[in-house]
Design a protein around this ligand. Structure first.
Ligand SMILES: Cc1cc2nc3c(=O)[nH]c(=O)nc-3n(C[C@H](O)[C@H](O)[C@H](O)COP(=O)(O)OP(=O)(O)OC[C@H]3O[C@@H](n4cnc5c(N)ncnc54)[C@H](O)[C@@H]3O)c2cc1C
Length: 305
């Protein structure tokens, strides 16, 4: 049974997910809906739950490897972007579809310090809470005061302890209820707008010098404890290694890039090869940071095992 979604929302069938992922790969979503209000996000999630429709919420698709065969059920694109700064409480209250980089710029312009790291994290606040995203020595765990999170039986306000943050990890990732972040309150302090602006420009410039542009999903693998995935991949001689249209970036070995012709299967095959060679050379099993979603042949489970 199809979920009964609010009538003002446009639902598309067989929407190509390659359009919605920075890797530029991925087959269709059976159903695709964009939401711009938190009430609609909740209504869509409740409707999917009521009909047992598989559902996936995506932000800006900056950390996704979607199967060539697409994603079953309903894919919800989160564009809820409300933002208020409460200087007295020392909080930015932000909806989960807001862009991290934009949040960094808006906070700086309004003289609120603490969120500058967000300039280095593409994607939405919801995706960042889900993965405890971070850059420049900070991360979501360092700033999150609370998050309002949808569960099948209602919305709960969670604190950092409930979310059990760790490096690129939150409790949301292993929860079989597949909770969804609706909004977050993040800590801010008073700051000088000009100095904050300068800091953002410095961060942004350094990024351009050290990271490949084009079709990637950022770091493919998590850094293992005490080391760097990029160093291990480079020293295993894998820079430039390719499968179909997917290649290990010569600029940053932990980035897999799409030359514009790659399929999701090319990227998966390359990631599996990198994982295998690094394990053989260094005895370390790299764990993907990128979220692997959709209808995969068993090969995808090898990467995640
Ligand atoms: C060039 C580049 C550089 C990057 N650099 C960094 C970096 O420095 N640091 C870093 O941490 N990451 C980095 N990333 C990865 C990416 O920016 C983060 O993982 C980001 O937080 C993903 O946000 P998103 O909105 O795009 O999520 P998506 O890619 O759309 O989704 C990622 C996962 O989050 C889940 N999700 C999305 N929204 C919600 C929600 N509201 N509630 C619950 N779950 C949700 C999705 O279901 C999916 O499993 C980089 C990516 C790129 C392309």
């Amino acid at each position: 049974m199809s979920p009964a979604l609010p009538g003002h929302l446009a639902v598309r069938e067989d929407e190509p997910l390659a359009r919605h992922s920075t890797f530029g790969v991925g087959g269709p979503a059976d159903l695709w809906v964009e939401v711009h209000a938190v009430d609609d996000l909740v209504a869509v999630l409740d409707a999917a739950e009521a009909t047992g429709t598989p559902r996936t919420v995506v932000g800006h698709g900056t950390n996704l490897l979607v199967a060539d065969a697409g994603i079953k059920g309903l894919v919800v694109s989160n564009n809820c972007v409300g933002l208020t700064f409460d200087a007295a409480a020392g909080l930015a209250r932000v909806e989960s579809g807001h862009t991290m980089a934009r949040l960094a710029r808006q906070a700086a312009a309004a003289g609120h310090a603490g969120l500058g790291f967000a300039i280095g994290v593409p994607g939405t606040v919801g995706g960042a809470v889900f993965g405890n995203a971070g850059a420049w020595g900070s991360d979501i765990a360092a700033v999150l005061a609370s998050a309002d999170v949808w569960y099948p039986n209602g919305v709960r306000r969670l604190g950092p302890d409930d979310l059990a943050f760790d490096y690129r990890h939150s409790a949301l990732q292993n929860d079989p209820q597949m909770p969804i972040v609706l909004s977050a309150s993040l800590g801010i302090q008073p700051g000088d707008p000009e100095a904050l602006h300068t800091q953002l420009e410095t961060f942004a410039r350094r990024r351009l010098d050290t990271q490949p542009r084009g079709q990637t999903a950022g770091s493919f693998f998590k850094n293992p404890s005490g080391d760097y995935a990029g160093r291990l991949i480079e020293s295993a001689g894998l820079k430039g290694c390719a499968r179909g249209g997917a290649f290990v970036s010569p600029l940053h070995a932990n980035f897999i890039s799409n030359d514009g012709t790659a399929t999701a299967s090319d990227i998966l095959a390359l990631a599996l090869h990198v994982q295998t060679i690094v394990q053989q050379r260094h005895g370390i099993r790299l764990e993907p940071e990128v979220r692997v979603l959709g209808r995969w042949e068993p090969a995808a489970s090898e990467l995640l095992a």
